[in-house]
Design a protein around this ligand. Structure first.
Ligand code: ADP
Ligand code: MG
Length: 338
């Protein structure tokens, strides 16, 4: 392999590597501040530049339409109209809202796309640091949550009551990853690795014919230190954990996965959930959903779904997994045990 060129500026990084044996170039592009996170895509193709451009253009479009705020956001428009008439949205946003409602129902409200008022109240992960809300504020926000009061009709989304707000932060990154995969398939790309802020998708196998090895982050350690490895092809691997977005007050950590019932960050001893599934949107929603439900109920739900596997890490450094994970997972850090 030969290093071909390397370019980096403020907005994105791009690196191209020529794999001489099969005429494919390996090209990686990174953009920060996209979907509220860092997005990296590596493709192996004859002419990767335009393919990456097409993929990132689509992700930017999804970001514009589905971000919580923003002048062109369809989500923001729906929320502004809460309690009034429905708002027409693009078929993309409609797809994500509908799948989000499906998982809200499946998780009996532990995952709920109408969590907006609570996310806004806690402000975790936003530029201005979050704060602990008062009991009264939490009560008020919790009453505004309820996916059953989100109506989808024709091409529009309507929130029944004023003050309600949808937030697609727990599912939109997954949709974006699936959209990149769709574009890669259209372009005939056979090998690629996508990582949209922890939403990883391994497309095909590696160019050398072996499976991708995806590290599972040690939730108690620095980014990039792994507790184990998943070996996969054509699979989404999505991890949700409280260690990426949080604030600390009086020595206590308040993180961004919220329990719609209590109105507080989930505290159930789970420190991360990794989902392996065929598509990233489902894996994304499920990683958040299983996190909220906890070890027992979360795993029971995963076992009832076809083609989905889960790996939960607890604060006690114990691992709990679904039955099919053994074939694809190995522990690399012996502090952790099954
Ligand atoms: P990350 O965004 O760090 O990958 P997740 O996929 O778990 O993590 O999504 C967390 C985001 O989902 C939060 O930032 C918030 O926007 C939203 N969210 C938080 N709690 C819930 C919940 N119970 N149901 C649905 N969405 C949630
Ligand atoms: Mg998620």
């Amino acid at each position: 392999m030969l290093q071909f060129s390397f370019v980096r500026n403020f907005l994105f990084g791009l690196s191209v590597l020529l794999i001489s044996s099969c005429g494919l170039e390996q090209s990686t592009r990174t953009e920060i501040d996209l979907l509220g996170t860092t997005c990296t895509v590596t493709v192996y193709a004859r002419n990767p530049g335009p393919i990456l451009e097409k993929g990132f253009t689509r992700v930017r479009e999804i970001d514009r339409r589905m971000s919580y705020a923003g002048s062109e956001s369809e989500v923001a428009a729906v929320n502004r109209n809460a309690g009034a008439e429905g708002v027409k949205v693009s078929s993309s946003t409609l797809d994500v809202v509908q799948r989000g409602l499906y998982f809200s129902e499946l998780g009996k409200g532990s995952f709920d796309i109408s969590i907006g008022p609570l996310v806004e109240l806690w402000g975790i992960g936003k530029e201005s640091t979050g704060r602990i809300p008062t009991g009264e504020e939490i009560e008020k926000a919790v009453l505004r949550i309820g996916y059953k009061r989100v109506q989808v009709k024709d091409n529009s989304v309507r929130l029944e009551d004023p003050g309600m707000a949808i937030d697609l932060g727990g599912i939109a990154k997954g949709y974006a990853a699936d959209e990149i995969v769709r574009i890669l398939e259209e372009e005939g790309v056979q090998h690629a690795l996508i990582n949209l802020g922890g939403n990883v998708y391994a497309h095909g196998k590696k160019p050398d014919g072996t499976l991708w090895r995806i590290g599972v982050q040690n939730p108690e350690s620095n980014r990039g230190s792994y507790l184990g490895v998943l070996t996969v092809a054509d699979r989404a691997v999505v991890t949700s954990g409280p260690y990426e977005r949080y604030f600390i007050e009086n020595g206590k950590r308040y993180h961004h996965i919220l329990d719609p019932e209590t109105g507080f960050p989930v505290e159930n001893g789970v420190s991360s959930v990794t989902i392996v599934a065929e598509n990233s949107m489902d894996a994304d929603a499920l990683s958040t959903l299983v996190f909220v439900r906890g070890v027992e109920k979360g795993l029971a739900l995963v076992e009832s779904l076809d083609g989905v596997e889960a790996l939960l890490v607890t604060e006690e450094k114990e691992l709990f997994t679904s039955s099919g994970i053994e074939a694809i997972f190995s522990i690399t850090d012996d502090q952790f045990s099954l």
